[in-house]
Design a protein around this ligand. Sequence first.
Ligand SMILES: Cc1cc2nc3c(=O)[nH]c(=O)nc-3n(C[C@H](O)[C@H](O)[C@H](O)COP(=O)(O)OP(=O)(O)OC[C@H]3O[C@@H](n4cnc5c(N)ncnc54)[C@H](O)[C@@H]3O)c2cc1C
Length: 1066
Amino acid sequence: MEAAYSIDKGLPDPLSRQTLSFASRTLAQFNGSATTLLDQPPIFPRVQQHQPPPLVPANPLQSPKGGLEGLQNGHVSLETNEDRGSESTDRLSHELDWDTNYSTPNESATSVSLVSSSIPQQHNKSASPAPALHGSLASRQTPTAAARRPSNSAAIATTTTLDLSRYRPRSSIPSRLSTGMYAHQCIMAAYACRLNPYALHKKEQEALQDHLCHLHVTVYLNIRNGILRLWTRNPMVSVSREEALGCSKDYRWMNLASFAFEWLVRNGYINFGCVEIPLPPVPPKKGRRREGPVIVVIGAGVAGLGCARQLEGLFRHYRDSDTSPRVIVLEGRRRLGGRIYSHPLHSLKSANLPNTLVPKAEMGAQIIVGFDHGNPLDQIVRGQLGLPYHLLRDISTIYDTDGSPVDEVQDAMDERLYNDVLDRSGAYRHKALIVPTAEGDRKLIDAGRDVAVDDGVTVRQYEEARAAGTIGLLFPAKRVRRGVSHKTADLKPTRVPPPTTVADTEEPPAAFTCQAMGWKLNDGITPTDSIDLDSIAKQSVHQTFGAVMDEGFKQYQRLLPLTPKDMRLLNWHLANLEYANAANVGKLSLSGWDQDMGNEFEGEHSQVIGGYQQLPYGLWSLPEKLDVRTNKIVTQISYDPTSSAGRPAVVHCENGETFAADKVILTTSLGVLKRQKIKFQPPLPAWKTGAIDRLGFGVMNKVILVFDKPFWDTQRDMFGLLREPPNKDSMIQEDYAKNRGRFYLFWNCIKTTGLPVLIALMAGDAAHQAETMPDSKIIVEVTAQLRNIFKHVAVPDPLETIITRWASDRFTCGSYSFVAAEALPGDYDLMAQSIGNLHFAGEATCGTHPATVHGAYLSGLRAASEVMESILGPIKLPTPLVLEKGKTFEPPPAPTVSTGQKRKGPPSAEALLGPGLAPSEPAPTPTDPLREAYEKAIQAAIHAELGAPEPRPAKTGLNPFLLYQKDYWHKCKEQSDEAARTATNNPNARAARDEVRHALGQMWRAASEAEKQPYLEQIEVNRQTGAEVEARWKQRTGEWEKRAAEIRRRWCADNPFERWTSPRRR
Ligand SMILES: Cc1cc2nc3c(=O)[nH]c(=O)nc-3n(C[C@H](O)[C@H](O)[C@H](O)COP(=O)(O)OP(=O)(O)OC[C@H]3O[C@@H](n4cnc5c(N)ncnc54)[C@H](O)[C@@H]3O)c2cc1C
């Protein structure tokens, strides 16, 4: 998997996956500055704040009275989960049973601490909110009773209509900020939220395409980006609808702003995380509130907690006065966090941590792979929880088997060689087909300007015409009449590179490349010699990435004088990749192992000081504690696969308890699903089990070592270790797989634990070895390795050790997912697909960011949004979406309060939605996921053979005025500045950009035919060149399509749909 957290991740260039040599990183990236960051990024107050002051203190999780006392002072118990009686109701709000000291972190097999002193046990109870839901849930604990109960709560019909006339346009746009600066901030905010500031998201387009004029996409994007700006500038406070509406510049766009707000809220782009959502003002209801929908989330990892927290927020957002929706989280363990687990260390006290933190080592997730460019953890970890973090510098030393540091030059040369093979293997990568969405006018968005005109062409009509190349036909009359028409497409910057010849794209011969890297070629080898990976890569449709890398290293031995040390270095990089993927590279799919490439976040990697588990505890406890019940081991889920019968789901626990729910969200790991730890009634359909089987779930383990004093370079965050194969000095590539991941990397955790702690990684095959090897053997070996490196000091035995065994842990059954050789391109999407009232979340359901904490969190947001959609239906577009020019909104009639009649079916969608957004139709049925997956598989086969179709060349330079503007801008600006100086009598006065542009427009209109002629001629030339390029492109595309159709026919004949969908053998 690409976007994981091995040390080569998060490099500035998303396309360069290379593990920069440690030496080069020192200079290039970090310039040797100290990096412990306890201070937080500046958070600016938003303009026009109407909310109450934030409820979240600067660092609530560290305040003595914060929600994390329990985390900071772990309750110690020797019992394992299996031993514990499950009689008690382990509501987290009642009692927190913290992790054990001596059991393995994951409550799996044994783990030994070399410290034999007994450690006092403490119980901690956290204050709990009133257990309001507990009593009512008891009545739901038999499946029969549950089955009788009508699905969902009755709906109420309290409607509030948004009086748009009460809102003020521009009220959220700071008047002191220049338009350009404001636009820049909005654009940056969109990037920080994983949205393209210049284009609609696929789902936005689906909702708007038939209702919005294509020219107004620009306006919509300006508003949407403005709302994101409000959110990113202060995620401690939720954005209100009022503030969102204030991002429109005119009354005309208020409804559009209202939709943008709704869409961002529902889809978790704003108002997510540990933020208080103020209750909307709904008329108070007399009498008891009726039961709202009950949502049961299984698993209190980041996905489960994130989802539950989001649902709570959404239910507040869509609150009505008399239903009480409930969200209950069932967790099998006696702790929160799942694969985020910060285990307390007891052997030493730390004087280096802030007072409220105790030393903890990370058993699971550890690294945040960059906060920038869309990581939602930025808003939560830094913005809301204010957790201290340490920026990691991936500069280090790699030590060889004899303990000597590897020479920097050799390190760099081997790394380049490794990257070369990696790049060559990339030629066999599956290329995903990216369907572009409607774009706004980039220049106007950059300038923060809107488009006022409406040409009556909807987004859908425009996009379809653009795809078909018939835009001209849409506007024939206008073109003739106006001469220079506004066309979004023409204004777009050229993204498509000029057509390249085949020769341009061919890779240079391997020997030539190596020479350029500084390698000497073997005798008899010339720069034109190369390696051939084609035959091995195409040997099987399920070829592995490892097979091709191994072959590459083997063939390079023919070209270059490689030594066993080079082999050790090359294999160190493979071990690093095995860490990122939790699997031997020989198990990864050649075409898809890095299918998430391109989604990486930016910024340095970092680690939370005092324990990453503060994140799940924050999600649980702020702004109010979630209803999490620990020690509830789910064994069976009975669900309604169609939702049509409206039957509730019933969740059965190991202790006999059952929970009836309108919706269930399952967030357990892929490993738990693979090992069938939970039974489903009815059994999961074949398309789901197919994806579960095909995707991989790997293992990665850690050895935690606490020493009395550090004996390593404490200024560096890590150091590497080369390993040799059992057959010492072997030149056989396959020999290296077994050992290369054994303690290949040590994390120095002094800065984050406050103690001399090293964490050694066991990656690839070594991770599996750790599962069965006795602790003592592992500790003796790792200590011997350290003594070999640090010969000049007496390396003592560690004071305390912990060894993780994630594969043996019944609640995870492994570490994280990877794209296995058998996997198909759409498998992560199938994992995410709901079945009736059973929804899925968790890292293995997030195809864009799998195997990570942020991916797990995003999957929780996605599942919450799906659940809301299934309850409320899609967001209904307000009408009119855009008001005619010059009109304002009439105040609506006074709100009506219904008699509260019961209705069957989804609860109170209309009432809940409020401001004119209530859906009139039920939620659309999802498209057939199996067909989608089948189509994706066909596309993958086509792309594997032909590559992706060539994108359509952009049309450029068709507007003579723009060319004229380029030439005359400076001259006109000087004149306009002069005019401004004269008019204001101010020698420093400058004309605004818009004034210059306006003057230029006048100049153009007043220009003589002779002055215009060269520009018109140039346009004609551009038009002709464009037409030729387009014709060539059409021809090539036609050929591509013909061949694609042949491949499709062939592939479908070989893989008929019925056979393809039937369950595969395990
Ligand atoms: C060793 C290791 C190192 C990692 N390093 C990093 C890293 O540096 N950076 C990073 O971003 N990610 C890292 N990850 C991955 C990251 O931890 C996960 O992707 C993420 O935490 C998964 O969250 P989740 O909510 O999807 O699953 P989980 O955290 O596994 O949550 C699922 C929950 O379901 C519970 N559960 C399971 N079965 C049942 C049942 N039958 N009944 C009730 N409850 C049940 C589990 O106890 C668990 O709490 C690492 C993972 C491991 C194991």
